[in-house]
Design a protein around this ligand. Structure first.
Ligand code: LLP
Length: 463
């Protein structure tokens, strides 16, 4: 819980469990720029605004719940990554975090490449005009049809994930008279999450080919022999929501070790290394993510140092940030339906969405913050749990937070940092309709993914 750590501040006797949570010292009306998109603020009436538009206006026009995405912020973050890595490296935005045709166009315009991991993501990318050579195709079980579509389209790289896939892609490429550029995804025995990283036993997962036991070297050996493949590099992705660079340090050391072994055995220096994504963002004020330029500097230094030690030319580096670009750019706007104080425990605030638009709290115990968005309030803070409308007690959006004690049905609340893995992991549980994504920029709003309708649901149900 992000705010429980604050030692001082007023207490709300009705709802705070004795000796447990202490209300925040900071102003509940304040919006921490760490967790909110760049253009978010409050207008003279205290209403939250984004891109120059108030949330009350957005709610009126587009309804709630809605994901509200700050286009200028998205472009700024994409550009910051692009600039930080410069022309000697490539930034592939990980489409799994959130993908739509508008997003593809923004990425294209800002000079980023795109990582896709399914036929659906590939179709979205191509239909919005992303040049195929700027697309990387991922996945641990790409179907032969997906592989064929990707090869035919001319994707810039396919990231191979198994021995069977090496043969499958080579065969498909050859049958189409092509030579497909590929990277081989390996597991380096490092798994990193948030603040810590663990350097044992993480070959025990479905992705990649283990470096341990010589399997990755064997995969390279086989791939180099196949005419349908042009092996351009090695890929490693070590985890999610990482703040500490030491996991990347170990990964880079091991990937470069493999490049050296390949040079020694085959006389070839593979020209690229991809270090994946996984860079963390601030979900609450307690999180301190690094800036793209710091990350770029650290990764480039690590790879350069390791290559110098191995007497290899430094390969072209690529990275695949998803969350770090789109995560902070959006918030979810909800309307409060009920406010239910439970004596001596906390107050349950029910909103008009829930685990169908944000499964991350239920699935990963993820932490979020929340703010009263349609007005300010000087009422005493109360400890709340923001819950959804689904038939499940684990349907929690924000586990523990403070909101003003006068919160009432009809108020709008906003949960920041929901740009990544919320809409892309949304479901129709309880036949709840998935919210729209509304993009705002310079005082104008437009729907980039429309709200699902009951008609959409019934159209799939063919009786
Ligand atoms: N590259 C590869 C090969 C990946 O597997 C992933 C994420 C990324 C890049 C992008 O990672 P990012 O920079 O967005 O952390 N649903 C989970 C996250 C799953 C990530 C899967 N792979 C969540 O909501 O936290």
């Amino acid at each position: 819980m992000s705010r429980s750590a604050h030692p001082a501040g007023p207490r709300h006797a009705d709802v705070l469990p004795e000796g447990h949570y202490t209300a925040p010292a900071e102003d509940l009306n304040a919006l921490d720029p760490k967790v909110w998109a760049h253009t978010v603020g409050r207008d003279a009436d205290g209403v939250v605004t984004v891109g120059g538009i108030s949330v009350t206006q957005l709610a009126e026009e587009y309804g709630t719940p809605a994901y509200v995405l700050d286009e200028a912020d998205f472009r700024d973050r994409a550009r910051a990554w692009r600039t930080a890595f410069g022309n000697d490296a490539d930034v592939f935005y990980a489409g799994k975090a959130f993908l739509s045709r508008a997003v593809v166009r923004w990425l294209h315009e800002e000079g980023l490449n795109l990582d896709v991991c399914s036929g659906g993501e590939l179709a979205t990318a191509l239909s919005a005009g992303m040049p195929a050579e700027r697309i990387a195709f991922h996945g641990n079980n790409k179907s032969p049809e997906e592989i064929e579509r990707a090869v035919r389209a001319g994707v810039g790289r396919i990231v191979l994930d198994s021995f069977q896939e090496i043969v499958r892609v080579a065969h498909i490429a050859q049958s189409l008279g092509k030579r497909q550029r590929v990277q081989i995804r390996i597991t380096v025995g490092v798994e990193a999450h948030t603040h810590e990283f663990i350097a044992t036993a993480h070959e025990d997962q479905k992705f990649g080919i283990p470096l341990a036991g010589g399997q990755a070297a064997e995969a390279v050996r086989r791939a180099l022999q196949l005419d349908g493949l042009e092996v351009i590099g090695i890929h490693s992705h070590i985890g999610s929501q990482i703040f500490d660079m030491s996991g990347f340090e170990v990964a880079a050391h091991r990937v470069v070790g493999l490049l050296k072994d390949i040079r020694d055995e085959h006389g070839v220096e593979l020209p690229e290394i991809d270090l994946g994504g996984g860079l963390g963002i601030a979900y609450t004020s307690d999180d301190d993510p690094r800036e793209p330029h710091e990350i770029a500097k650290a990764l480039t230094e690590i790879v350069t140092r390791e290559c110098e030690a191995a007497r290899l030319a430094t390969p072209r580096i690529s990275v695949e940030p998803g969350r770090a670009i789109v995560g902070p750019t959006a918030f979810t706007l909800y309307e409060v339906g009920t406010v239910k104080p439970l004596d001596g425990l906390r107050t349950y605030v029910s909103v008009d969405g829930g685990m169908s638009d944000n499964i991350r709290t239920a699935l990963y115990d993820a932490e979020y913050s929340v703010a009263l968005a349609s007005r300010t309030s000087d009422a005493e803070p109360m400890l709340v749990r923001v819950v959804g409308k689904h038939c499940e007690s684990g349907d929690i959006v924000v586990k523990d937070a403070f909101l003003p004690g006068d919160l009432a049905p009809g108020d709008l609340v906003a949960v920041p940092a929901t740009g990544a893995y919320c809409r892309s992991m949304a479901s129709n549980y309880n036949h709840v309709l998935r919210p729209p994504v509304v993009a705002v920029r310079d005082g104008a709003a437009r729907v980039i993914v429309r709200r699902e309708t009951e008609e959409d649901l019934l159209r799939l149900d063919v009786g």
